[in-house]
Write a protein that binds this ligand. Structure first.
Ligand code: NAI
Length: 434
């Protein structure tokens, strides 16, 4: 990080293609575009040096350029070795932004990329804002560069797994900054995690394998937000879906949504397709692999690759690994083949292009509002994990209605009084679950 490398991408010649897709995505991201209109002229992020670590996709390019439109300087890395869209990264690099991301990097390169984002430009000014997805950037700064913390105003964290890590830090007394939990904005987890995966899970399995989905038995581990979207995705494609859970509430939800709910040890034997969506570890381990049907497809849509015991698979059957194409590997276990997608890393970004723009506009509008809030009002916050207030959550949703022709009724003052809310919202209490 001593020497300044302006960017590192796979192929800068892909920039023009990336730019064309960014333009199309902008039309599907009304939340971000209206934030640009509202805040662009006053440049409220002037002086902010935002280091971001989040899947470097076309949708993320629109987020990056929104932060810049609001006055920030930005550096970027991807939070997964397979999730970069190289044309998106090229377009961002060609626009003069320091991005360090390419699809199919190794773990060393992954850390190198994050490290490059900590210092800005020739004069190597350190970051003063963190925008993270999964907590790898946060960990790098807090554990390896603690001297940078004094200049940083806050962290905004995108996903369930990263938020879990932040809560751990609060518990252990090792969070030295205020953080905003984007994931638990309703307009993030109840949309991106659910409807996003509903679109992108089957898309990724199809792109990877071209398998006929209808009629197949698919097992989804975990019936949280991601699991719900994943199960819906598979059902929508005609698969017969079995859910596994450890939480009685989510298990009951799955059953009453019409899914079979079984133990993994039993379900896995019937599965043509296995998807882990728990954010937990060791969901698919050696004995599961050994009891799978021939040609079973195994993938993970949770944040980290430890949901599937890839270490066991590679140790015991690595010699049988046969790569069909990038991110699609066949292993042979006691005469039966198992197809593993994206080396057990999140499949919708590894084997497809992640969630569509419209749903990411919701997530990223929350991200932008959080960055604004932390930059402008950092001193109002303690070193804890916060969510955005309800009125902003409702604002994010409302920015996405017109695009899809949604018309809202309006409360009369009398009705508002009757249910105990203001005519202009917030319309629900903070404990309402949606
Ligand atoms: P969540 O907490 O809503 O759901 C996880 C569910 O898994 C819970 O219902 C939990 O009871 C269940 N679970 C935990 N251990 C289990 C086990 N051993 N067997 C069966 N079920 C188990 O979390 P959410 O939001 O659904 O996120 C899940 C993961 O997906 C996280 O790692 C998150 O970061 C990631 N994520 C991935 C996205 C993608 O595009 N690929 C998008 C959003 C989140």
């Amino acid at each position: 990080v001593e020497t300044y490398i302006k960017y590192k991408v796979k192929d800068i010649a892909l920039a023009e293609w990336g730019r064309k897709e960014i333009k199309l995505a902008e039309a599907e991201m009304p939340g971000l575009m209206s934030i640009r209109k509202e805040f662009g002229p006053s440049k409220p992020l002037k002086g902010a040096r935002v280091a971001g670590c989040l899947h470097m996709t076309i949708q993320t390019a629109v987020l990056i350029e929104t932060l810049i439109e609001l006055g920030a300087e930005v550096t970027w890395s991807s939070c997964n070795i397979f999730s970069t869209q190289d044309h998106a990264a090229a377009a961002i690099a060609a626009a003069g932004i320091s991005v360090y991301a390419w699809k199919g990097m190794n773990e060393e390169e992954f850390d190198w990329c994050i490290e490059q984002t900590l210092f800005f430009g020739e004069d190597r000014k350190p970051l003063n804002m963190i925008l993270d997805d999964g907590g790898d950037l946060t960990n790098m700064v807090l554990d390896k560069y603690p001297e940078l913390v004094k200049d940083i105003r806050g962290i905004s964290e995108e996903t369930t797994t990263g938020v879990l890590r932040l809560h751990e830090r609060v518990k252990n007394g090792t969070l030295p900054l205020p953080a905003i939990n984007i994931n638990d904005s309703v307009t993030k987890s109840k949309f991106d995690n659910k409807y996003g995966c509903k679109e992108s899970l089957v898309d990724s399995i199809r792109r990877a394998t071209d398998i006929m989905m209808a009629g197949k038995v698919a097992v989804v581990a975990g019936y949280g937000d991601v699991g719900k979207g994943s199960a819906l995705s598979l059902r929508g494609a005609g698969a017969r879906v079995i859910v596994t859970e450890i939480d009685p509430i989510c298990a009951l939800q799955a059953a009453m949504d019409g899914f079979e709910v079984k133990k993994m040890d039993d379900a896995v034997k019937r599965a043509d397709i296995v998807v882990t969506a728990t954010g937990n570890k060791d969901i698919i381990v050696g004995r599961h692999f050994e009891s799978m049907k021939d040609k079973a497809i195994v993938c993970n849509i949770g944040h980290f690759d430890n949901e599937i015991d890839m270490a066991w698979l590679n140790k015991n059957y690595g010699a049988t690994k046969d790569t069909i194409k990038p991110q699609v590997d066949k292993y042979t276990i006691k005469g039966k083949d198992v197809i593993v997608l994206a080396e057990g890393r999140l499949v919708n970004l590894g084997c497809a292009t992640g969630h569509p723009s419209f749903v990411m506009s919701n997530s990223f509008t929350n991200q932008t509002l959080a960055q604004l809030e932390l930059w402008q009002n950092s001193s109002k916050y303690e070193n804890k994990v916060y969510t955005l207030p309800k009125h902003l959550d409702e604002k994010v949703a409302s920015l996405h209605l017109e695009k899809i022709g949604v018309e809202l009724d309006v409360l009369s003052p009398d009705q508002a009084k009757y249910i105990g809310v203001a005519v202009e919202g917030p319309f629900k209490s903070d404990s309402y679950r949606y």
